[in-house]
Write a protein that binds this ligand. Structure first.
Ligand SMILES: N[C@@H](CCC(=O)N[C@@H](CS)C(=O)NCC(=O)O)C(=O)O
Length: 138
């Protein structure tokens, strides 16, 4: 069974787009999984992975982090249905993935989106840490 360490906010909102990527792959491949909710202030619970970001998955003792690496791992573990079905599609997806993660125009969009639905996801007990982490996007 796969365990996904998933960012959680107030009212159990699972608001991490990086975790959504992993969930999309798991759903597409129909792979069962459980989640461990991780708050911004719970980073110590990810120490076993050697870094401090979600998504992280564990699978039969293997620890994998980073949504792209996880997608590749899941594709290897369960090739069908394929998420990269055609020649060159994996490379095209990787290009788009990197573009979405790094393109200068995306960050202002994140800044614009952040104040509204995402801000509401932060539990009232952890606003300072969360806001500091998010302001790093600017
Ligand atoms: N390149 C990583 C990025 C992961 C990432 O930035 N995750 C965010 C959740 S949306 C996180 O853990 N942030 C913690 C923080 O900003 O302190 C991936 O694709 O998984």
């Amino acid at each position: 069974m796969i365990t996904l360490y998933d960012l959680v906010g107030a009212n159990d909102r699972r608001f991490s787009p990086f975790c959504w990527r992993t969930k999309a792959v798991l759903a597409y491949k129909n792979i069962p999984y459980t989640t461990v909710p991780i708050r911004f202030s719970d980073k110590d619970k990810l120490a076993f992975s050697g870094q401090d970001r979600v998504p992280v998955i564990t699978h039969n003792g293997t620890v994998v982090y980073d949504s792209w690496t996880i997608a590749r791992y899941l594709e290897e573990q369960q090739p069908d249905p394929k998420i990269f079905p055609g020649l060159g599609l994996k490379e095209a997806c990787r290009f788009f993935n990197l573009y979405m993660d790094r393109a200068p125009c995306i960050r202002p969009c994140c800044r614009w989106c952040w104040p509204t639905p995402l801000r509401r996801s932060i539990p009232p007990t952890a606003p300072t840490f969360a806001l500091r982490a998010r302001s790093a996007l600017a």
